[in-house]
Structures are given as C-alpha cells and as structure tokens.
Design a protein around this ligand. Sequence first.
Ligand code: TYD
Length: 206
Amino acid sequence: MSGLFITMEGTDGAGKSTQLDLLNKYLKDKGFNVVFVREPGGTKISEKIRNIILDIDNKEMHYMTEAFLYASSRTQLVNEVIIPELKKGSVVICDRFVDSSIVYQGIARNLGVEVVRKINNIATGGLIPDITFFLDLSPDKAIERKKEQKELDRLEREKSQFYNKVYEGYKMLIEEEGERIKVIDATQSIEVIHNNIVNYLENLFF
Ligand code: TYD
C-alpha cells in the first residue's frame, strides 16, 4: 500500500483532538490527500456502533461485548475507508486504533491482551499503523482536565483506578512497540507538541 497510516493515542483528556486538528491542517497544507477518521466511528455503520458503546444507558454491557463492538466498528472502518484510501496513496489519520482496545479492553478491563489482539487481528486483517503518537499525560493531570468538561460519556465516568490502569497499559505497550509508538510529552504547549509530531513525520517519511 502506498499511503501513510498515522494513528494517535492517549489517555482521556490528553489533548488528542487539538493535535489531530493541527496535524490534519499541516498535512493538507503540505498538499497531501488527507483522510481523517475517529474510533470508534468513521463510517455510517461505525458511528451507530459508537452510539451503542458510549450510551450511558447501557450500564449492563459485558466487557467482551464492548470489545467486540469496538472490533466491529473497526472492521467496517478498515474496509470501507482506511484500506481503500491507503491504496489510493492518501494519508490516513485515525483518532485511536487497535492500541486503544489492547489497553482499555485488554488491560484496563482485564480481558487479556492476547484475546483482544486476536479479535483485532481478525477485525483488521492484521493492518498496523506506520506510526503512532502517544500523548503522554499522567492520570492525575488527565482527570483534572476532564473535570473542566460538563458532559461525560459512559466510559469517562469510570473511576480514577481505571485511568491508572489505562496509563500503565500504554506504558507496557510502548515497551513492546517503541519502534512504532512515539511518546510525546502532553504537558508541553500545544505548539511544542505539534512540532514534536511534525518532526517525527519529517524525519521518517517526508
Ligand atoms: P471519545 O469520545 O472518542 O474520547 P477520546 O476523545 O478520549 O478519544 O471516546 C472514546 C472512548 O472509548 C475513550 O474513553 C477510549 C475508549 N476506547 C476503548 O475503550 N477502546 C477502543 O478500542 C477505542 C477505539 C476507544
């Protein structure tokens, strides 16, 4: 495949959305055909699945159901958007991908990394991002930032213990896949974070 597949990961509240907007704009200004999608979501069907997952009414949802729903949403996104766009040579930016499932479902929800990997290998056909940025913000700071927002979705209502596990999960994943996952200190200014991201891309790909 000739395109470039970039994903962004982070604990809730790490400032992912701001950085994704800036990255999107930067790549478009460079003249790339950029396709930006978010997970869970990014297609009509995947957005419907997203609504089921994040609905605060669905308190009884089994963790394995949740894992399968994320994977289903992902299958649709990979086949409907990501692979066709990469084949056309586009730069695809994805807000979260398989790493989120490994960490949130596999580690924080305790389903096990291997089970979640297996489901996701089937879901994605083994597609791996060319590069992943992890916006690194400690759980305490992430929760502080969260409190400033009014509406919290179902997952965001989880206890701080959950955020700690998510953070530890990312750290474990980074130890295993440090080559692909680039860690960015998310306590830096918006501009400095953006420059870090751009520097990695320019050094590795452009
Ligand atoms: P979202 O509103 O997109 O939050 P954020 O801005 O933090 O990305 O909600 C996504 C939530 O879903 C977030 O709490 C992380 C979680 N999630 C999983 O648990 N597993 C996954 O595979 C994905 C993609 C997200």
